[in-house]
Design a protein around this ligand. Structure first.
Ligand code: ZN
Length: 651
């Protein structure tokens, strides 16, 4: 009887759903329109300060719409004037500001290239040339910026490169300004925070494949740029694509109490701020210019205490302490403050206001989350109830265009308590597909769930619909009405989101529910120039992570490596499906094979082990294997590569 009913319902619903749920972007519903227009009464949209500042000092922009294949300057031209119903007006405003691009004069001898990439490039005229701060993500966009500088400001050598932190949008384009000869002669210096190279290289390695896929969602890389697609990242427009590289710093900043340097004739006071927005970061002050460089610790947005691509959570208390340290030291003197994203802030009062509100923002989230956690509330309860104090909340620079209050609160809980909220019901829950099947069974069939979900959709209860229908999609990934309803739901949630990464996540999910997963685009994390800079320790641990420990898990071997190009000895122990590298020495006994080869060759072999021509390399003398060759081949064959476009919104 039960099965019979289920069949009937399914049949009666499918044709209806298929008519109602055509593919492709939909309009905003009345609930979305209402939610989006509510924000107009909360924030002061008549305040044009940010527009004035984002345009102040404009000199020129790139003469063409496209910087080669690297970046399209016209892709966000549609963001002008009043927000369409399908975009949160606050995010629309921020996106319009982020798309203002060109070469700008900040003050005498200080210039910025903005909107040519995700981040800004700053140039300061020193005694004999340019001091360049953060040369963008890729060489191509940094070159285009330098070309504009040369044309409008004159041709001067780059005497120093300052890298504020270890994220690729701040150093990847380094080769456009790097002069190896000048470095060798001491005429060019590279300043970076302690741990810069290590963190720049390591952050995207061990968890890189999944981070890359999720970053695609977060930045909306697979979405069209449109009023129903991506409107940018909230932090800036979007990343450029092209050639990234990294170079070793000549000078390291490592003091949290301050470190003074004279760079091309200018005094610079640095403060090292590790474990803030990035694991290796620094902020600094030019006393003669009365100018602060905020790095990415101060922005015209609430940043991420947790980044949705997936990364270790950040500590809001530490972050806040660093900003307070800056205020205490230079707060009375500072006249201008520049960020590595967004536009500068001019005027002592204005800079102080920005610094104070950003300081308070991160501490409020950190401290109040913990206060409430200590009363026994769990992450979702805190995230749904805690609001910012009105005076911070109403400032555009505190809004969650990049981070969000909701996920940052959950991040601070996670920082101290981890994934488990203490409720035994959440200790051993069923995985998504299984729990989905159980909910369907409970409801008397998926059609019943969809019927209820449709009613909730019509009431604008999108968070609830997402929860319900997600169960159906995971239990029945081919259920077209379920996919369509979930896509429609994510879409409305995306339209309402003030955070660009939230919008991009929801709309990417909707797109893949409707059209499936599309072909991979080239990702920055796969860049060879950066992979080659891995330490041997990191590289062998990367191999250990890629080793399929379930295959032939009883094998026990010890391999010794002579890496001829890096002049290193490494031993690698295989035991119970795990690999243990010992960099710096050879195992003295029970060695299965000793392999002599350049590390670069091992990297190539390991990048595609299935197609590695080991015999050919041996013949040429590039690789020498003494001992059990088969054991080494088996080792290589068990190192796997990953699918870059794995499923997210379905099993
Ligand atoms: Zn950045």
């Amino acid at each position: 009887m039960k099965n019979y009913l289920l069949v009937l319902l399914t049949f009666s619903l499918i044709p209806l759903e298929m008519v109602a749920q055509s593919a492709g972007p939909k309009e905003a519903t009345s609930y979305t329109r209402k939610a989006n227009s509510n924000i107009l009464s909360i924030l002061d949209f008549s305040d044009s300060t940010d527009y004035v500042n984002a345009r102040r000092g404009f000199i020129a922009t790139y003469p063409e719409d496209h910087i080669g294949k690297a970046y399209d300057l016209s892709q966000f031209n549609f963001i002008k004037g009043q927000a369409p119903a399908e975009v949160n007006p606050s995010l629309w405003r921020q996106s319009e500001l982020n798309a203002i691009a060109g070469l700008f004069k900040v003050t005498d001898n200080v210039y910025q290239i903005r909107g040519f990439d995700l981040a800004n490039m700053t140039l300061i005229k020193g005694k004999s040339g340019w001091i360049v701060i953060d040369p963008l993500t890729v060489e191509e966009t940094a070159k285009a910026g330098m070309q504009l500088v040369k044309q409008h400001l004159g041709d001067f050598p780059v005497t120093a490169i300052i890298i504020t932190h270890s994220h690729i949008d701040h150093f990847g384009g380094m080769r456009a300004v790097l002069d190896e000869k000048a470095i060798a002669e001491g005429k060019q210096k590279i300043y970076a925070p302690d741990g810069f190279v290590e963190h720049a290289v390591s952050e995207n390695v061990l968890a890189g494949n999944t981070m890359g896929r999720r970053a695609g969602y977060m930045y909306g890389n697979l979405l069209p740029k449109s009023t129903t697609g991506s409107v940018g990242s909230g932090l800036g427009t979007t990343t450029a694509t092209g050639t990234s590289a990294i170079a070793k710093p000549t000078d390291i900043i490592s003091s949290e109490d301050g470190q003074q340097k004279v760079i091309d004739g200018l005094k610079v006071d640095f403060i090292y701020t590790p474990d803030s927005e990035a694991p290796a970061e620094m902020m600094f002050y030019f006393p003669e210019l009365r100018m602060l460089v905020q790095a990415e610790n101060v922005n015209h947005t609430l940043h991420n205490l947790y980044t949705l691509r997936g990364a270790q959570v950040r500590n809001g208390q530490k972050w806040s302490i660093y900003i307070d340290r800056i205020l205490a030291r230079w707060g009375d003197d500072v006249a201008i403050s520049i960020g590595m994203h967004h536009w500068p802030t001019w005027g002592n009062t204005e800079v102080r206001n920005l610094l104070e509100s950003q300081r308070d923002l991160y501490r409020f989230i950190h401290d109040q989350t913990l206060r409430l956690a200590n009363t026994g509330l769990t992450p979702l309860e805190i995230a749904d109830s805690l609001a910012l104090p009105e005076d911070i909340d109403r400032q555009f620079s505190s809004r969650g265009y990049y981070g969000s209050l909701h996920h940052n609160i959950r991040a601070q809980y996670q920082l101290y308590f981890g994934f488990f909220d203490g409720n035994p019901a959440n200790l051993h829950p069923l995985p998504p597909a299984q729990v989905g099947k159980k909910y369907i069974e409970l409801a008397g069939g998926s059609a019943r769930i969809l019927e209820q979900a449709r009613k909730s959709f019509d009431l604008g209860e999108y968070r609830w619909v997402a929860e319900l229908v997600n169960h159906v999609v995971f239990a029945e990934p081919n259920n077209k009405p379920a996919r369509e309803l979930l896509a429609d739901t994510y879409e409305q949630m995306g339209y309402q989101a003030e955070s660009a990464p939230w919008r991009n996540f929801y709309l990417s999910g909707a797109q893949e529910l409707r059209s499936g997963v599309s072909k991979p685009k080239e990702t920055i994390s796969a860049n060879k120039n950066i992979v080659a800079d891995m330490s041997s320790d990191l590289f062998f641990n990367y191999l250990a992570m890629r080793y399929n420990g379930l295959q032939e898990h009883r094998l026990k071997h010890t391999f010794n490596f002579n890496l001829t190009d890096t002049d290193e000895k490494v031993s690698l122990i295989l035991s119970n499906g795990t690999l243990h590298p010992r960099v710096g020495s050879h195992a003295p006994k029970n060695v299965s094979a000793t392999i002599t080869l350049p590390r670069s060759v091992l990297m190539t072999l390991a990048s595609d082990p299935k197609n590695a021509d080991l015999a050919g390399l041996e013949k040429k003398g590039t690789v020498k294997i003494e001992g059990d060759k088969e054991a080494f081949t088996a080792l290589l064959n068990n190192i796997v590569n990953f699918d870059k476009m794995f499923n997210i919104i379905e099993p």
